[in-house]
Ligand binder design. Sequence first.
Ligand code: NAD
Length: 456
Amino acid sequence: MVNLLSNAAADSATHAALNGSAGRSFLDGAAHSTLSDANRRLEKALRYVSINEDVAERLRYPKSSLVVSIPVRMDDGSLRIFQGYRVRYDDSRGPTKGGVRYHPGVTLDEVQSLAFWMTFKCAVLNLPFGGAKGGITLNPKELSKFELERLTRGYVDAIADFIGPDIDIPAPDVYTNPMVMGWMMDQYSIIQRKITPAVVTGKPITMGGSQGRESATAMGAFFVMQTVLPRLGKSPENTTVAVQGFGNAGSIIAELLYKAGYKVVAVSDSQGGVYASQGLDIPSVRQIKESSRRLKAVYCEGSVCNDQEHSTITNEQLLELDVDVLVPAALENQITAENAGRIQARYIFEVANGPVTSDADAILENRGIQVFPDILVNAGGVTVSYFEWVQNRNGFYWSADKVNHRLEFAMKQETEHIWAIAQEQDIDLRTAAYVHALNRLDDAIRAKGTRDFYVS
Ligand code: NAD
């Protein structure tokens, strides 16, 4: 049932999948490969660093990719098999770390891309982790909670040999939450016959979760914005914002910005969005979304909706609004060569992973639109996941203030580093973030020996 691909086998399977033929570098890219697109960023950044060629070659390929079939007994008695993945991209800097996504669009290519970004993100924040990611291809909205629990436990059964507190540590991502993480930790502990909280982060507080983990991704993005927006001449009262995606990351960043005095004029979820030129009352919108589970309820005739004049918009329209700041906080590949020419925002903060494609990067840059990259902007989540892992291993737990204070310090410090690299080398912020990460990855990979060491 479990198909564990070793490094070499996984790599050749990956190459075959990405290339469709042997002998071509997968960086040449199969059509529609998100990993090839992610690697284009690596190739660009390599032009601005002086690192060992062995290091670059290592970082072009995922270390190992596990593909599993998960049999689940459904509530009606039938059996369904779900496809799951776990990819460990690179572990030069420590055990690998990355979320698990439940979404109908999950593929091996997507999971490998997300694991690639995690590798660079952990290096940007100087966390002692490599990068990983996991996922199951399903529409979680079609499963009952019992079915979701059985599926989650089945996934852990299938990947148990591939993860562990010193090997690879999963966390939440799209459509997974603290309860799912709690099931994962519990199932892993059953398999190991010992309570092992440090195997997963993003757990409920009572199971060893950290204060501040749920808000960490948004909070980290907020600290980046607080660092850079004032120096771009933007104060909260003269800054309009649109946020795509209204889940963990999107709804919390919208609320943090609203509370800081920014005018959040549009938000959306998978069903569509709402727009109000005078600004939305985000706490009310969150309340409606949380009670109804659907942002669509905001379109209704009813109490909060009637308090505010607003119109409905599509996700495509949201992306093209005339706002100062656009915050994509849903999925990857949202701003592409097709719509980049119509984006009107002046600044894009990538709270989602990979929302802007590399083709779109070039168009946005030519149009003077500045993109603050995912591997910095959304790194608050993995940073507090690291804090959670540290707390689990110490058995000593921190206050929310301590977590947020340490998060603020880390996010602001790395933002300053990346800003300085961009200024000094006259490069865009995404490339500067990759340069920053590459220097740290280079140190770690070189420490294990490269060609220079063996031939000299
Ligand atoms: P989530 O499941 O809590 O929310 C996802 C949101 O996106 C939902 O509101 C959903 O309705 C919306 N959505 C789905 N498809 C959409 C579409 N086509 N258009 C517009 N909205 C759509 O997920 P999340 O944890 O908030 O993750 C969102 C993004 O942030 C992902 O790219 C994820 O990888 C990234 N991220 C999350 C974390 C974290 O800690 N949760 C950390 C780093 C990065």
